[in-house]
Design a protein around this ligand. Structure first.
Ligand code: BG6
Length: 477
């Protein structure tokens, strides 16, 4: 791996502490970081290098999954860390940063390969990318890469605008858009596992009746009111994670594929989705918001009583959708997707239901999180098993060994220059295109907002969406 400088914007933020430092540390322990590696953390507050390093150390002690938490190993890891104060709006700060970066590159005698990781709010992406470009930080002999986290834009138009601005400073091949669902081990492998579990002919002859993709969360809005109340479930989860899950499920990937192979396959799927018209959205989409209710931890307030949320907020915390593809392979199979906050259980799961005569309908279940696995299950046993007795599940595939946490694998890939599991602009744009009529229907109040009790499986209307076609959500009990 080439030597690299990791320039981290938002180095004192929550994401850095919880995800980025633990991931980098694990890569270090596994000897998967470049031998000459330097990290420059940026933040608004004045901090000494030592304080920064001890803050990072604290986050490792709190959040690292590593078994190696030896003081000496951590100390060695932290030697690469420096801190620099930076106000993202101040051009002079970028000039100073350039000097610091160059000094470190000279000190370590490394070619300028620079990874700019923007662990900051999306409202800063454009400013930072422009300033990197104008300050000369982006003029390198080696490579430069920009890593950003979703959401990429607020709607189709703003996403296009942002992308255009980013492209003035970075080429598409240099932009790494993190959608952390693409870093999940099961998501990377499920297309392939599915096709190896069932041959194409078998898939056809057994004939799939429906596909359900659920990402149910138990958490509420937490301390993210400022962001979430403008995003809602549709922008926070659906436009990105959920449509990516659909794309990754429906493409068949060879063993370890390149971005050149994955991109066109994903685009083909998203392009095959029948577009919605905003006047018809109400027949295909259920919009929900959690009310007060009981979860495992006890009674919780409704969304509009959460701190920072307006009492008349119409924001969605749940969405269920019925999609249909025109792709010859997936055509005629209804695709149901749902995601929501404050639901009964935390689970990301795909269920493929097969069409068979009689009461025996076989299910193929792909568990993505918190547990992972692919199983066959006879639906009859789901319905008939008595309390305490688990239905029989036959594991059909095992995960490849050595695949790790989403952030570890994505940061490693970004350092290696492998964009396979990052969201390409074309997919992002096509996803926004598909979602745009829904955003407009929400905006113009063309469909109702259903309140569901916290701790439930969402509004009953989401059940009706499937019942109309003769289906029901599996495992809602
Ligand atoms: C994030 C969303 O992208 O994904 C959060 O912003 C959500 O609102 C989270 O809670 C869910 O991720 P996971 O990996 O826990 O399913």
């Amino acid at each position: 791996m080439k030597p690299a400088t990791f320039v981290l914007f938002g180095a004192t933020g929550d994401l850095a502490k919880r995800k980025i430092y633990p991931a980098l540390y694990q890569l270090f322990v596994d000897q998967k970081l470049p031998s000459s590696f330097s990290l420059i953390g940026l933040g608004r507050r004045e901090l000494s290098h030592e304080t920064f390093q001890s803050n990072v150390e604290q986050s490792l002690l709190n959040f690292s999954r590593s078994e190696v938490k030896d003081a000496a190993v951590i100390k060695k890891f932290l030697r690469a860390f420096r801190y620099q104060v930076l106000d993202v709006e101040r051009k002079e700060d970028y000039t100073k940063l350039l000097r610091v970066v160059e000094e470190r590159e000279e000190e370590l005698n490394i070619t300028p390969n620079r990874m700019f990781y923007l662990s900051v709010g999306p409202e800063f992406f454009e400013t930072i990318a422009t300033n990197i470009h104008e300050s000369g930080l982006g003029s390198v002999d080696g490579w430069k890469r920009l890593v950003i986290e979703k959401p990429f834009g607020h709607d189709l138009e703003s996403a296009r605008h942002l992308n255009q601005k980013l492209n003035q400073a970075f080429d598409e091949t240099e932009i790494y858009r993190i959608d952390h669902y693409l870093g999940k081990p099961m998501v990377q492998q499920m297309g392939q596992l599915l096709h190896s579990a069932l041959s194409e002919q078998e898939l056809r002859s057994r004939s799939m009746a429906s596909i359900q993709i659920s990402a149910n969360e138990t958490l509420g809005v937490e301390e993210r009111a400022g962001y979430y109340d403008h995003a809602g479930a549709i922008r926070d989860m659906f436009q990105n994670h959920m449509l990516q899950l659909l794309m990754m499920l429906t493409i068949e990937l060879p063993n370890r594929s390149s971005v050149e192979e994955v991109g066109p396959l994903k685009r083909k799927i998203i392009k095959s989705l029948q577009p919605l018209h905003k006047m018809d959205v109400k027949h295909h989409i259920v919009r929900g918001q959690y009310g007060a209710g009981e979860i495992k931890e006890g009674q919780v307030v409704g969304y509009t009583n959460e701190p920072g949320i307006a009492s008349d907020s119409q924001n969605d915390t749940f969405i269920a959708a019925r999609l249909q593809s025109n792709d010859p392979f997936w055509k005629d199979i209804p695709l149901y997707i749902r995601t929501g906050k404050r639901l009964k259980e935390k689970v990301t799961r795909i269920v493929i239901e097969f069409k068979l005569e009689g009461p025996l309908k076989d299910l193929l279940i792909i568990e993505i999180g918190p547990n992972e696995g692919i199983f066959f299950q006879k639906s009859q046993s789901v319905q008939e098993h008595s309390e305490g007795e688990l239905p029989i599940r036959n594991q059909v595939s095992f995960l490849k060994e050595g695949v790790t946490d989403a952030y570890e694998s994505l940061i490693y890939d970004a350092l290696m220059g492998d964009k396979t599991y990052f969201a390409h602009w074309d997919e992002v744009e096509l996803s926004w295109e598909w979602v745009q009529p829904i955003l407009e229907a929400y905006q113009e109040n063309l469909l109702p907002l259903h309140i569901y009790p916290a701790g439930s499986f969402g509004p009953l209307e989401a059940d009706e969406l499937l019942a109309r076609d003769g289906f029901h959500w599996w495992f809602d009990n």
